[in-house]
Design a protein around this ligand. Sequence first.
Ligand code: NAD
Ligand code: MG
Length: 390
Amino acid sequence: MASPPSRTAVAILGATGSIGTATADVLQHLGAPWKAVALSAHTRLPELAAMCQQLQPEMVAATCDHAFQSFDKGCLPSACQLLAGPQSLVEIAQSPHVDTVVAAVVGSAGLMSTLAAAESGKRVALANKEALVVAGNLLSNAIRQGQGELIPVDSEHSAIFQAIQAGRPTEVERIILTASGGPFRTWSRDRIASATVEDALDHPTWQMGRKITIDSATMMNKALEVIEAHWLFDLPADKIEVVVHPQSVIHSMVEFVDGSVIAQLSPPDMRLPIQYALTFPDRETCPCPKMNWSETMRFDFEPADRDRFPALELGWEVIRGGGTCGAVLNAANEAAVELFLDGQIAFTEIVQGCRRILEEHHFSPNPSLEELLRLDRWARQEIKRWASLV
Ligand code: NAD
Ligand code: MG
């Protein structure tokens, strides 16, 4: 009998981020034969160099040309091959030395390398949900054609991936994505309208990068996750639901046709879904805290409020719209979040801007990669133009 392909040579794209560092932690916990063979970072290159000293990868990539120029290359281990520029991520994703690519770059900057990993038949442990939102169709095709695997890292999708194994695809009635509700879950509409950057970055249950933390505050993150679930599990918009669960312990649920609901629970810690994406179908001991069933706990559920969080609706709208909608929404959101973090637009203008750009864009039902990339650039410019007018 043929042995399963090796999965243990891991590239961490976006190694210095919240998911990247958690992945490094998981690999150190798993130990040999697991190994980080390649790491990348955009700007925090001294941190990248420190990770290289610890993990001794074969390859390291610095994607921001500007940061690369002032980087002291002498702090890297001598055996480590240094690559530079955005294209280096694709080179790593295609490398025969890499079995598994942890796609942990934030935003559509991670798209090309995620596609390259899929085309090269790698296991893609996907944190970079934006890649699926922008080009779900192309990425799904690339996985099929390259005979690779796409395993979710996002905690909700990992939960669904685990729970869905309890039945056949035809037996799935709907999936229910849980949402923490973010820092503004209990805030009134007026109070949300005057939210500051500091308020929005204060997430109640998860420590994450700045972009996804703002996405959680607007609940755009959940809209992106609805779209992500559509592509990962091949489900139509009306089989995907969202419920607010403030404790972030029940990571999501699958309801089958007989009414049985299967959920996955664990204390909120991304190292568990990261590790499962690496070791699937096997399970290994994990460095994460476990549930403590000897203490009193409560799990609350609330309907998601689409009035106070108008971003949510965009998730289902984009699935139904298809074509270029995901790429435009994603780029508009990325640019709007940057503008908000820069103090140039108000919190509620993030979603207003996204909706406007989405409605204004030149829709195409079956876009090529070039078309998607062109629209990504267009939406970023348009949101800046719109922001200078509001
Ligand atoms: P982060 O900001 O902490 O890290 C981002 C990483 O990407 C860094 O290593 C950075 O150097 C790199 N990067 C940034 N811009 C880049 C560019 N233009 N080109 C190449 N590399 C670039 O982000 P994060 O919170 O770790 O999130 C990473 C991805 O994982 C996102 O898509 C996010 O939605 C997803 N995700 C994160 C969490 C979480 O708990 N943090 C949970 C679920 C999903
Ligand atoms: Mg998530």
